[in-house]
Design a protein around this ligand. Structure first.
Ligand SMILES: Cc1cc2nc3c(=O)[nH]c(=O)nc-3n(C[C@H](O)[C@H](O)[C@H](O)COP(=O)(O)OP(=O)(O)OC[C@H]3O[C@@H](n4cnc5c(N)ncnc54)[C@H](O)[C@@H]3O)c2cc1C
Length: 255
């Protein structure tokens, strides 16, 4: 993170852009946080809507685990750039405008290797799974799946739909699925077109990660489960009957 943040701060100081945008991913959040300190510039984080008020940005971002939506601004940006991190998939792709073009420029690093205090010493590829942040559809499982093997019908449905697999913290903590699948306050924040919550009660910390999904379908055997309060479509019943039935129906429809 340091080399990217150092370079971003150096380029911003030299070229003085009005605005700098990055995705509100783990890396985007780290880099922009560090750059905002270096540049002594304001940062609007995890933005889901923007408008301009003169030269000032008015940004909307969910706060308190999505319970409130705050409108925030940098009151006196002065000569410093206004920094924004933008929630993945919160904005529709813009229409292509052939009259506008950009140039990709290669720049030299700002830090020498010895100045960097953290080094990558190895990594393991995560395989060919669909990434949660980019997925248009997420099939997510909670404690209602009953155990690691309970994710199998969800994986089959996800394969039919080209979806990513999400999870509640309860099942991650239980070791049924790795942390990279966790959605929520202490996991990933996602905004897919379709979020199918299977056997998830809908705790506020889970909702913090998925309540901005465009369409939410909840499958739960308890008609009083809080997830139904945010769901656009609710199915009350046993996920082990409903998920395979949905999978068959989607397979027929999509074939
Ligand atoms: C500081 C903090 C941070 C947290 N961060 C997160 C986070 O990032 N993400 C997160 O998810 N949680 C988070 N939590 C935990 C959160 O409070 C809940 O404990 C957790 O979300 C519950 O997971 P669950 O819905 O899978 O389990 P449960 O609450 O146990 O719900 C299981 C649901 O499955 C249903 N069910 C059972 N069997 C079936 C079946 N056969 N068919 C259909 N439905 C069935 C039940 O009716 C129930 O509603 C956090 C908690 C704290 C304190």
């Amino acid at each position: 993170m340091e080399p990217y943040a150092g370079l971003l701060s150096k380029l911003a100081a030299e070229r003085q852009p009005g605005f700098i945008l990055a995705g509100a991913t783990t890396r985007g959040t780290d880099i922009m946080g560090a750059a905002s300190v270096d540049l002594r510039a304001g940062l609007l984080a995890d933005v889901t809507e923007v408008s301009l008020d003169g030269g000032r940005v008015l940004a909307t971002s969910p706060v308190y685990s999505g319970k409130l939506v705050a409108t925030v601004t940098i009151p006196e940006p002065g000569d410093t750039p206004q920094l924004l991190t933008v929630r993945s998939r919160a904005f529709a792709a813009a229409e292509r405008d052939a009259s506008r073009s950009g140039e990709v420029e290669t720049v030299e690093p700002a830090l020498a290797e010895d100045d960097i205090t953290v080094k990558v010493v190895g990594f393991e590829p995560a395989g060919n799974q669909v990434s949660l942040a980019d997925a248009a559809i997420i099939v997510s499982g909670g404690r209602g799946v009953g155990g690691p093997e309970g994710f199998e019908p969800l994986r089959e449905l996800a394969e039919t739909l080209g979806a990513a697999i999400g999870a509640s913290r309860a099942v991650v903590d239980a070791g049924w699925i790795p942390y990279e699948h966790q959605v929520g306050q202490t996991g990933k924040v996602v905004s897919p077109d379709l979020y199918i919550a299977c056997g998830i009660s809908g705790a506020v910390q889970h909702l913090a990660g998925m309540r901005t999904s465009k369409v939410i379908v909840a499958i739960n055997s308890d008609p009083e489960a809080p997830i139904f309060k945010v769901a656009h479509y609710g199915i009350v019943g046993d996920l082990f009957e409903i998920v395979p039935a949905l999978n068959e129906a989607f397979k027929q429809r999509l074939s």
